[in-house]
Ligand binder design. Sequence first.
Ligand code: FAD
Length: 211
Amino acid sequence: MTESIEKTRLLDIAIIGGGPGGLSAAHALVNQGLSVGIFERARALRPIGAALGLAQQGYQALSDINPQLSTRVRSLSANPQRQLLMRPNGEVLFLDESPMAGTSFTWVGWHTLQTCLRDCLPDSVHLYLNHKLIHFTTSDGADRLVRLKFQNQSEYLAKVLVGADGYNSAVRNATVQDGKPLYTGTMTWRGIVPRQAMMPLNTSRLSIKQS
Ligand SMILES: Cc1cc2nc3c(=O)[nH]c(=O)nc-3n(C[C@H](O)[C@H](O)[C@H](O)COP(=O)(O)OP(=O)(O)OC[C@H]3O[C@@H](n4cnc5c(N)ncnc54)[C@H](O)[C@@H]3O)c2cc1C
C-alpha cells in the first residue's frame, strides 16, 4: 500500500447518492460483509418529496435484501382507499374509490422511505453528508482502486464505485457518457399539505357514487 493510500480511507464499496437506490444498495452490499460508505451531496436529509408508489415488486426486492426491512417500510406505507379532485376553494369535483384500494400497492412518503432506509442501516455503514462527487480516477495498478474527489472534502478510495446519484448522475456522465437526460415535455409538481391546512371539505359531497 502506498503512503497516499494509507492517508486516505479505503472502502470496499463507495455509493454515490443517498436516495432510495443508494441506501437500498448499501443494505444489500453490507449484508455481503463488505465495507460500505454512502456519499450524499445534501447537507442534511430534509423532509422533501411527496408520495412514492411502492408495489409488490418493490417490497419483494426489499425482502430479498432483508425481510425485516420490507416489513418495516410496509408498516410506514398506506394503501390508497379513495381519490378526490378538489378546487382550491375546497369544492370536491369528484370522489371515487381508488382503483388501487385493496391491492398490495402502497404510497410511502419519499422522505419517510429515505429515513427508514437510513435508520435501519447497520452502524458499520457511514453516510457522508455534504459530499458532492465532482470527479473520480482509476489507478493503473493491479488493485485498480477508484479515487473519489469531493467538493471541499477529503478524498476517499474504493474498490468499487456505485453510481446512485439520480437522473443527472455524475457517475453515469463519466462512465456511460450517453448525454443529458431527455426531457419528455411534461412535468409533475407534487407536494404534501397537512389535512388541517386544507379548506373544510363539504362532507355532503363525500359519498362514493355507486355505479
Ligand atoms: C429529493 C427528491 C424527492 C423526490 N420525491 C419524489 C416523490 O415524492 N415521489 C416520487 O414518485 N418520486 C420522487 N422523487 C423521484 C424518485 O423518487 C426517484 O426517481 C427515485 O428516488 C430514484 O431513486 P434513486 O435513489 O435512484 O435517485 P434519487 O432519489 O434521485 O437520489 C439521488 C441522490 O444522489 C444525490 N446526488 C446527486 N448527485 C450527486 C453527487 N454528484 N454527489 C453526491 N450525491 C449526489 C442526490 O442529492 C440524491 O439524494 C424524488 C427524488 C428526489 C431526489
